[in-house]
Design a binder for this molecule. Structure first.
Ligand code: ADP
Ligand code: MG
Length: 348
């Protein structure tokens, strides 16, 4: 791996040299960042707002496969999936820390690419990189990102605050990242069998990007602010719609009705799922990594969301005893079950 790029051994630089080299392009823009990289700890000041913190661990072979994930995309995605958790609280993301464990197969150039992607994401989302940790790893690449943000206490959207009668809404469209993954897996298999065949992803940009280069929905949180929409409960869709709906319902002690025909699925996702013999609805329900926002709003806010092109009302919240159910396109009622994407059971 990495034979096609120049190789500089990380050992030549040493740990401090590496950190300095990787972080030389870091710029701080958030007023809440008092001190970033360079001391024993960063210093932040949220002047009265509540602080939000979320962290994720990404392991090579479990969460990503470097045979088809470009390193720059990996750095970008590692940041985005973390910011998504801050937006899912209806908060503003302001800082991240970025930590890496590197096995000896990684030359400096590879790490640099990861950082390039991470810094592109930071810049695009106005987030400061304020620290991290760097270590050797016995095997494979490890990335851990912690995201930090803030929100007014009254605006924070917990999973546990859905109310009976709320409208169940989702941003964007679903299932694309999962179908994109199927496509990449297929091309990987073809490549492994015959390395002379180049991947054929022609015309599939949207779903491949949904998988490799997701964008957290900062814009939806901004839209809430602009239109004075206050979601009662919210969660980001990382494990599939079904699993996230059940999280909200369980945490809130409510049930729900979900309408299959309302689930937003992009035409390319739909067609490609069909090509693979997959049910597009199942891809949306159980596929993961869409990083859209699933939320509930009181019915009296219907007028504020009904004309938002990027928000779809997919159902409503009921009392707990009514259960969590999906009404299929043909009118049948099915209990919603979480199959979700689960790193512990991922087939290899
Ligand atoms: P310590 O020994 O106290 O853990 P380090 O030498 O690991 O300190 O880190 C020195 C500074 O560099 C700290 O501000 C730390 O946050 C930052 N840093 C270390 N690794 C990274 C990294 N991978 N990305 C960004 N900043 C880093
Ligand atoms: Mg350290």
């Amino acid at each position: 791996m990495f034979d096609n790029i120049d190789r500089t051994d990380i050992e030549q630089l040493g740990e401090f040299g590496l950190i300095e080299y990787l972080t030389k392009a870091v710029e701080l823009t958030q007023p809440s960042t008092i001190k970033g990289i360079g001391d024993d700890a960063a210093v932040l000041d949220f002047s009265g707002q509540k602080m939000l913190v979320s962290t994720d661990l990404l392991l090579e072979g479990i969460h990503f496969d470097l045979r088809y994930v470009p390193l720059k995309h990996l750095g970008y995605k590692a940041v985005q999936v973390n910011l998504s958790d801050i937006y899912a609280m209806n908060g503003k993301a302001s800082q991240i820390t970025f930590s890496i464990g590197l096995s000896s197969k990684f030359p400096l150039e590879a790490v640099e690419e990861i950082y390039e992607g991470a810094l592109i994401a930071c810049k695009k989302y106005g987030v400061d990189l304020i620290g991290g940790d760097t270590s050797a790893s016995a095997q494979g690449l490890v990335i851990s990102v912690t995201s930090i943000g803030y929100a007014e206490e009254a605006k924070i959207a917990y999973r546990s605050a859905a109310q009976e009668g709320d409208l169940l809404c989702v941003s964007g469209d679903l299932g694309g990242a999962y179908v994109g993954l199927q496509l990449l897996e297929r091309e990987k298999q073809i490549f492994l069998e015959n390395p002379n065949i180049q991947p054929d992803l022609e015309g599939k940009d949207y779903i491949v990007e949904r998988q490799l280069k997701p964008d957290a929905r900062k814009d939806i949180v901004e839209l809430f602010e602009a239109y004075d929409i206050k979601p009662n409960a919210m969660i980001d869709v990382s494990d599939g719609l079904a699993s996230e709906i059940l999280h909200i319902c369980k945490a809130s002690g409510v049930g729900c009705k979900l309408y299959e025909e309302k689930i937003p699925i992009d035409p390319m996702t739909y067609e490609t799922a069909r090509e693979f013999g997959l049910d597009p609805t199942v891809c949306a329900l159980n596929g993961g990594e869409d990083y859209e926002l699933l939320f509930t709003i009181p019915q009296d806010q219907y007028d504020k969301v009904k004309n938002q092109l990027d928000i779809t009302i997919i159902g409503y919240i009921t009392e707990q005893n009514a259960g969590c159910e999906m009404i299929s396109k043909s009118g049948n009622v099915h209990p919603i079950k979480a199959q979700g994407w689960n790193a512990f059971s991922k087939e290899k």
